[in-house]
Design a protein around this ligand. Structure first.
Ligand SMILES: Nc1nc2c(ncn2[C@@H]2O[C@H](COP(=O)(O)OP(=O)(O)OP(=O)(O)O)[C@@H](O)[C@H]2O)c(=O)[nH]1
Length: 468
């Protein structure tokens, strides 16, 4: 997007959000949540210092606008000083906060997501505290606030800004990241792309939390009791469920819509006396949701790690540890009538292939041969990489003679393979054993390895078997 258009869009959206929050004010200069704080935080986080100018323009316009809304006369100097103070109060703490969060995410990546979330929440609280403090000072300086008001407004303003940042900044980051490919890249495994949304889940989960919110607000509206307003905290539970069962983007959008509807209904249903309860509920819910979002991320990482540990990266054969684990389980299950066979095969003169043609071609040979072998395996057979150019095969519930036939077929088949860049045939030697029921895996591997050694000693490219 062209930078002028981007700046104009940012100013218009900022002022639109600002006007919406002024409409929902429950105390002078304080609304349930303050969306412009979330937008400023997201813009400063994504665009850095380039966001300062459009935010400053919006700040100057909003100060003049507020004087008009509150019907307060304002001199040009008063407007300028007050606007400048507001802009500094708004951009410096939020800019610093965004800078800290951005660096934290870059340093920790997705692995340290829980730590980034914690820093984000602390930064949101502190920068909102400073923005609101200096913001009130700026408005007071401009004579737009009476003597007694500053202290009355500070807490709701602070909490409102904090809610704006915690609840809405992520949604704005997501929206901006659609226009800036680099941001999407930096978000890494945090999937903020629209395709990550399952719309059916989105609508049903949103309906659930909005339904519960309506029940809570109706209770408060009719009873006008503070006890009833605390029912809103129960909505944290469905939110935890949403955060752990849907995509991050779905959760972020549901949270943003929930908070907007909450802010709107609190002013419309005349339950404004309990506004602080709702502000804290909004912040607590958002905080819990952010931590809950780390759970699916951790689960995905765990699954990826488990896969990485169980598979050899090059050939996709089972890793040595995983293969031995499976072999042990199979040996425990086997009976004298149904036992398994183990095959170890090793490439012949593989060092020469590497030395003559290089390791890249050597790798290709390993991949081609193991692909060929895995195509010929049955569903329950497993191939594992023992290490280097040595591989193992487990044939569950297979007779020794049958295993030998398969090994011979593989031995011949491999020697007939054509591999790009290699003019000589690749051959392998095989050791085959029938495992004893309840034999230890290491002992079966040792016997198969000795059979393989014999095959090598007898001239390679052959199968040597050793029955139980
Ligand atoms: N390209 C490639 N080479 C590997 C890999 N792992 C092990 N090797 C090489 O495989 C070769 C194995 O050589 P040796 O164990 O000496 O055996 P050999 O040359 O196959 O000879 P024999 O087994 O006696 O027939 C070594 O040169 C290793 O560096 C790998 O992942 N990729």
């Amino acid at each position: 997007m062209n930078s002028t258009v981007r700046n104009i869009v940012l100013v218009i959206v900022w002022l639109g959000l600002w006007r919406a929050s002024v409409l929902l004010e429950f105390a002078p200069h304080a609304s349930i949540w303050f969306p412009p704080a979330g937008l400023s935080f997201a813009a400063l986080l994504v665009l850095g210092w380039r966001a300062v100018f459009p935010i400053a323009v919006a700040g100057f316009v909003s100060t003049a606008w507020i004087a008009q809304i509150y019907n307060e006369p304002l001199t040009v100097t008063g407007w300028f000083n007050s606007s400048l103070l507001f802009v500094l109060a708004h951009t410096i703490p939020l800019g610093l906060g965004a800078y800290i969060v951005r660096n934290e995410y870059r340093r920790n990546g997705i692995n340290g997501f829980a730590r980034t979330v914690l820093i984000f929440l602390v930064v949101a609280a502190l920068s909102a505290m400073l923005t609101s403090f200096f913001g009130i000072l700026a408005i007071w300086e401009g004579g737009l606030m009476t003597q007694a008001q500053p202290w009355l407004s500070w807490l709701p303003w602070w909490i409102g800004d904090m809610a704006g940042i915690i609840v809405l900044a992520p949604v704005f980051i997501a929206i901006v990241s659609w226009r800036y490919h680099q941001v999407q890249l930096e978000l890494g495994e945090l999937n903020f792309s629209l395709t990550a949304i399952n719309w059916k889940k989105f609508v049903s989960r949103l309906a659930l939390v909005l339904g519960l919110l309506l029940i809570s607000l109706t209770l408060v509206h009719h009873s006008q009791r503070i006890e009833a307003s605390f029912t809103v905290f129960f909505i944290i539970l469905p939110f935890l469920w949403i955060a752990t069962t849907t995509s991050q983007l779905t959760t972020v959008f549901i949270l943003a819509i929930f908070s907007t509807v909450l802010a709107f209904l609190v002013s419309q249903l005349h339950v404004i006396d309990f506004a602080l309860v709702y502000q804290f509920a909004m912040i607590t819910t958002a905080g819990c949701v952010w931590f809950a979002l780390t759970i699916p991320t951790l689960m995905t990482q765990n699954a990826q790690l488990a896969q990485r540990v169980a598979r050899d990266g090059l050939t996709k054969a089972a890793s040595r540890g995983h293969f031995i684990q499976r072999l042990e389980a199979e040996l425990q299950r086997s009976t004298p009538n149904s036992t398994c066979c183990l095959v170890i095969f090793d490439f012949d003169f593989f060092k020469q292939i590497n030395d003559r043609h290089g390791h890249i071609l050597g790798d290709r040979v390993l991949v081609s041969v193991t692909n060929y072998v895995s195509q010929l395996l049955r569903e329950n057979d497993i191939m594992g990489r023992f290490g280097g150019d040595e591989f193992m095969l487990m044939f569950p519930a297979t007779e020794f003679s049958e295993a030998q036939v398969i090994a011979k077929r593989l031995c011949t088949g491999i020697s007939q393979l054509t591999i790009d860049g290699l003019d000589e045939p690749v051959t392998c030697s095989f050791g085959v054993v029938e495992c004893h029921p309840s034999e230890h895996a290491v002992s079966a591997i040792d016997r198969a390895d000795r059979a393989l050694l014999l095959a090598k000693q007898r001239g390679r490219r052959q199968v040597v078997g050793s029955a139980a």
